[in-house]
Write a new protein. Structure first.
Length: 173
């Protein structure tokens, strides 16, 4: 009897009306279950689905453009992160080689095999390297967004300059 009073107090969702979020979740589950082995849907299939859902073709075109723009930014962020990691790897190797050499030099020339001056360099450079490491692997927040936008602007500027130079060279030839 306790279970029947519990189930009576919980209201079931109205099966005739679904929120937009519920529709998206249900369709995602159904498409995942379908799993016919295909990689996705063609553009014509997308357009057919939109028609069946009563979505205006202009709205679909706008949504598709928005999606493509977001996907482009995501790809650029992946390239940016990869370039940052590559630069960090290079800096890590430089840090290890130079400081390893300085520590070895200090140890071999020091009195009684004690390290003296190389520790100061190691600690100062290590502090800067640690901050750089944090910055490299911090992929969220205002600082990341600012670095990404600066990188993106530099990339676009380089592309524009290359294009301009190419146009000048083409006109000369």
């Amino acid at each position: 009897m306790a279970t029947s009073s519990y189930s009576a107090s919980v209201s079931a969702p109205n099966p005739d009306i679904y929120s937009q979020e519920a529709v998206q979740q249900i369709l995602q589950l159904a498409m995942a279950k379908k799993g016919d082995g295909s990689d996705g849907f063609s553009r014509s299939q997308l357009q057919e689905m939109a028609v069946e859902l009563g979505i205006d073709p202009d709205d679909l075109q706008w949504a598709e453009g928005q999606w493509q723009e977001v996907q482009g930014i995501v790809q650029e962020q992946q390239v940016f992160a990869q370039e940052q990691r590559q630069r960090w790897n290079q800096n890590c190797i430089k840090f290890a080689i130079v400081n390893g050499f300085l520590v070895a030099l200090d140890w071999s020339t020091g009195q009684g095999g004690h390290l003296q001056w190389s520790v100061v360099i190691l600690l100062l450079w290590g502090m800067g390297f640690s901050l750089n490491t944090w910055k490299t692997f911090q992929l969220q927040g205002e600082a990341y967004d600012r670095r990404f936008q600066q990188w993106r602007l530099r990339k676009q500027l380089k592309k524009s300059v290359k294009s301009l130079v190419q146009q000048v060279v083409d006109r000369i030839n």
